[in-house]
Design a binder for this molecule. Sequence first.
Ligand code: NOJ
Length: 469
Amino acid sequence: MSAESGLANASKENSLPNRSLRPGFPSGFLWGTATSAYQIEGAVNEDERGPSIWDRHAHKIGNILNNGNADVANDHFHLYKDDVQLMKALGAKAYRFSIAWPRVFPAGAGAPNPKGLDFYDRLLDELLASGIEPFATLYHWDLPLALQDRHGGWLSRETSEAFAHYAGHVAKRLSDRVKHFFTINECSRFVNLGHGHGSDAPGLKLSRAELNQVRHNVALGHGLAVRSIRTQGRAGTRVGPAENIVTCVPAIETPANIRAAEIATRELNAGYLTVMLEGKYTDAFLADAGKDAPQFTAEDLDIISSPIDFVGLNVYMPEHYVVAADNAQGFAPLPFPDSFPHMDSAWLKIGPEAMYWGPRHVAKLWDVKSIYITENGTSAADQPDTAGNVYDVDRIMYLRNYLTQLQRATSEGVPVLGYFLWSLMDNFEWTDGFEKRFGLYRVDFNTQRRTPKLSASFYREIIAQNAVV
Ligand code: NOJ
């Protein structure tokens, strides 16, 4: 073949297949973006908002990279109308945001703040006017400080009960416009890093027994909130968790390894999603905890496993690659080599298969019929050029690979109904402050100017085609 005819063939090959032949998503698949209150709102002293554990944590020198805090963050409290327009420009049909508990109950419990939901009223009206469906998370880690100081926060079940009270109040007030509520975001992250490791708020290093009690009270808070949303929300209000499950990927896709990955995923989520869906702690979980197991009653387990309408999954990476093993547990997690690739955040390993196996395991293990990907996205060392353009081809590479695996799942019938990209815009990345950027829009935190990155165009195209592009 001559070089010329080769080129002619190449240009024919370059024309993309007809849209109906492309790896598409089911019709009606819901494309959205995600954020959380403390990471974007700012306005920490407005409308009688009370302090949260993150306000205190972020203001302690040394806790946050470059001593950032979220007093202003993206000033979304004032700029929300512009931010809804950013979503509209993507063609997004849904938005996952969180409600700040300390705005609604400044002291965590007691009387609600009469102004506490005003901001969310305005935001919801703006979203609905733009044809964007709101999905609200009730707890994205900003616990009212008063609950921490009064009785140790999640170490006490009074916090679980206060959470349910707050959840019911919000459902009563907002379920005319919000049809989907997520109870708690990523239980294991704030339990482990906030109460065991101490790097996240409230900055504690509890004993193993106390940590297990916190974990149990968090799961209990989820179940109590499900129940109060059912009684206080309008008929048809749907509720579920938004969990970052430990996803185990079969290292090689053989039937035996796939089974091992399922067993591992069930076992390694025993304290959260497994107990929420099965109403019991696994034998291995209790045996491993031994004398440090949490105090609980049979009624607690009934509450924790109150029926939910969907499971939300935050998917960033595989926790383990596993193989089948001839041992008591039936699986062996393999060590990660030092050369395993990661994105700009060192913890963010690149393992797109998690996006296939996570939802598939959840659907198969527990016969879950509705799943949302409540978060997926990546940090990148975005470098604006002289004109201010950000060509974040690494973020596009990451997203394309994860979405390809998601499409693999939906094409096999795994019931994933929607996907929320983290994040709409750069924001306060917890202990990484403003140093790690996850947004489709770049934010200049001095001017609050938002600029679309190349990945925003990529995502707009995905949404428009309802297919991986
Ligand atoms: C999960 C958390 O829910 C979110 O708050 C965080 O910013 C992202 N992961 C990225 O780390």
